[in-house]
Design a protein around this ligand. Structure first.
Ligand SMILES: Cc1cc2nc3c(=O)[nH]c(=O)nc-3n(C[C@H](O)[C@H](O)[C@H](O)COP(=O)(O)OP(=O)(O)OC[C@H]3O[C@@H](n4cnc5c(N)ncnc54)[C@H](O)[C@@H]3O)c2cc1C
Length: 117
């Protein structure tokens, strides 16, 4: 039994990550099942799916969607201002900007997943 998409993530929708990460789950699972079904790899490869996708869900989808929701819900004006200042700093700094985009686009998560054998 394999879980993919929202059934595996159980995240809030703030940030637009659920479908994106769900597609990555599906690609990983299809490749894994294909390799095992065609005899190119043994059944032990099936366990790699969870080893890869579970930490990615926690580190990227959960972390970002929870942070986004908390930022929207913040009622303290000083903390709201601090969040806006941080976002403005990120926009103004090309290195921070790129790091933010690599993370929110989940490109970084694809690279991280490939490191997990
Ligand atoms: C307002 C909103 C905005 C969003 N914006 C974005 C975005 O910009 N970018 C992004 O990446 N993600 C976004 N998402 C998240 C995205 O919609 C979901 O992550 C994605 O649709 C999940 O796909 P899924 O196939 O895993 O689940 P689902 O789309 O929920 O599909 C599950 C399917 O299973 C069916 N089903 C349930 N129970 C049964 C059963 N017992 N038997 C048979 N069928 C069953 C359901 O009817 C449904 O069709 C948003 C979500 C919301 C709510």
């Amino acid at each position: 039994m394999f879980l993919a998409g929202d059934a595996a993530h159980v995240n809030n929708p703030v940030g637009g990550l659920g479908l994106n990460c769900g597609i990555h789950d599906a690609i990983e699972l299809a490749e894994t099942l294909g390799r095992v079904a065609s005899g190119q790899a043994g059944e032990e490869l099936l366990d790699r799916y969870e080893r890869r996708r579970r930490p990615i869900t926690i580190e990227f989808v959960q972390q970002q969607t929870v942070a986004n929701k908390q930022r929207l819900e913040e009622r303290d004006p000083r903390l709201r201002q601090a969040h806006f200042d941080e976002l403005r700093r990120t926009v103004a700094d090309p290195a921070l900007h790129k790091r933010f985009l690599m993370r929110t686009s989940l490109i970084e998560s694809v690279r991280r997943a490939r490191e997990i054998s």
